[in-house]
Design a binder for this molecule. Sequence first.
Ligand SMILES: O=CC(=O)O
Length: 335
Amino acid sequence: MADSSGPSIMEKELPSVLISGIGGTSGVLESHVEFLKKHFNLITMKEFQKSKELHEKIKSVFVFERLPVIDQELLESLPNLKVIGNSGVGVNHLNLKLIGSFGVKVTNTPHAVSDSTADIGMALMLASARRLVEGCYLATSPDTTHFAVNWLGVEVSRATLGIIGMGNIGYKVAKRAKAFDMKILYHNRNQRKEEEEQEVGATYCKNIDDLLRQSDFVMLVVNLTSETHNLIGKRELELMKPTATLINICRGAVVDQDALVEALQNKIIKAVALDVTYPEPLPRDHLLLQMKNVIITPHIGTATDQALHMMTEEAVENILAVLNDLPIPSEVISK
Ligand SMILES: O=CC(=O)O
């Protein structure tokens, strides 16, 4: 009778995957390690640096919170690397050209992040419209003489929301905004299918300027690329209504931050709500941190238990697909 306690000859070795570390501020979440270990032989950066023998074994790198850094040196030291599995949708921290030149694929997790990031977009829009942060300060201030009539907010219901970038997240924002009876405009490289537009009641603006001119709230949900870097600058801010609010939930560098400060100082737009800035975090003396009509959160679009869990699952699915020569659910194609 075969001994079932030891490893069977038929059992396949799990593929070796490099991770930055486990736990802390620069490692994979401890709560995800068990799941990852079911699929991979995990190798931490520390182990990798100690043993040259491990280099040849590594087939994939699991990138979490932009770590480990994928540079030329690392790529050269991994002769059998097949795929970088990024946990998260944004891949602006990865040099796609360089990685591609090593014949290595890149994958991301556009589905796992969409609900939590859309929620943050709505939360920021509502918080700014109803001056929630100011309200919290007032509620806890020793001054009890404040009256709500002195700091009125605005309603998002029936207001016009312009969504720039109608991918998975933008579309989820539109779904939510529909439930708030908002009028929805969107700009995207490609127009969505008619039935998709109808489902959320969104109108396509081929010209971004038209969207900027008409919107009460403008929400940025694009990938950061060379084309979207500084997409919103002085000219675009000047096209917006003086009563409009800008919300950014994608990447800080999509907005020219100096132009944004100037626009707020000169009342070119009314308010701003940012989950992303550059750098992150902003220096403590940055002007944006001193303005009442600015809300800033520390890049928490995907900071929920559920999103992080789903991101890990989606990343694992992608990595396994590449390693097993199966159709890849979410491959990032460098343009
Ligand atoms: O910022 C979050 C992401 O890229 O998923």
